[in-house]
Design a protein around this ligand. Structure first.
Ligand code: 9D3
Length: 266
């Protein structure tokens, strides 16, 4: 769990209605394949409708992209068909002025805080770029904000839209089972997760005979809780020190224990 991942859900009040502007609507089918999003969709908690700029072209070839002014490689998504698809998408999700988000490498990196804010909007239009991107005039004329998944290169906005939708949907009341939602108000909030184990107690010799940490088998719930928090603190210290700001004295001591054990293990 990360620092800005709050416990609980976003506000209720009708489904989350999402329109996605995309040249590849079939990529959205992934949301119906299984898991939390598929179940939430069956329960009517959210809707996703695709709008394809190709359906908003006027020429014989249904052209959606063209070469960049100024030259250079690649193609750019054209203003007119994309704008018309966005207008249809905005009308489709309804409301006075649905938030329109362009998924783009130029956007601010998505975090759980933004996921919660966007899910709270209830009506959203997500615009997925392809090729080298969209005509910049679309950003000015039709997008309220630009959001990126982070500093790596995708082939288009669709995988980013899927990630954002998945993250929003699991915040909707009723989307998660009781077990999952209980895990949200964990004592290790703001930290990476502790290690998890399930049967068998000891792996076969060909996997090195690795055993489950004995404290997890002892039935001492206080000791288990303390061990888990220590592991969560330690892993966060090792992998994401940026998340470790302002530990209280109890956690400082627990982390010091982890560090001592870590150094002893070499
Ligand atoms: C000049 C280099 N270009 C291609 C290597 C830049 C470029 C154009 C278009 C890079 C990626 C894309 C398509 N990406 C997205 O639409 C995108 C994205 C991403 O690539 N990374 C992280 N988040 C996102 S959100 C949308």
């Amino acid at each position: 769990m990360t620092p800005d991942e709050g416990a609980g859900t976003v506000s209720g009040g009708g489904p989350l209605n999402i329109a996605v502007v995309t040249l590849f609507p079939a990529m959205l089918d992934a949301l119906r394949v299984g898991g939390v999003a598929a179940r939430a969709s069956e329960r009517g908690l959210f809707t996703v409708t695709a709008y394809n700029p190709r359906d908003f072209t006027s020429d014989r070839h249904r052209t959606v992209d063209d070469r960049p002014y100024g030259g250079g490689p690649g193609m750019v998504m054209m203003f007119e068909p994309t704008f018309r698809a966005i207008e249809a998408a905005r009308a489709g999700v309804g409301g006075s002025s649905p938030l329109t988000v362009l998924l783009s490498p130029q956007g601010r990196a998505l975090d759980q805080c933004a996921v919660r804010r966007l899910a709270d909007c209830r009506r959203l239009v997500l615009v997925c770029g392809r090729y080298e991107g969209v005509d910049e005039r679309l950003v000015e004329a039709a997008a309220d904000e630009e959001i990126s998944l982070g500093d790596f290169v995708l082939s288009g906005g669709e995988p980013a839209a899927l990630a954002l939708i998945d993250a929003m949907v699991r915040l909707l009341p009723g989307a998660l089972g009781h077990q999952d939602s209980a895990a949200e108000d964990s004592f290790a909030e703001g930290l990476l997760d502790w290690p998890h184990y399930t049967r068998p107690e000891r792996l076969a010799p060909e996997h090195g005979g690795r055993a489950v940490p004995p404290v997890l088998l002892g039935g001492n719930h206080g000791a288990v809780r303390r061990w888990r928090e220590k592991q969560a603190l330690g892993r966060t210290w090792l992998r994401r020190p940026d998340l470790l700001r302002g530990l209280d004295t109890g956690r400082e001591a627990l982390l010091a224990e982890f560090i001592a054990e870590h150094r002893a293990d070499g």
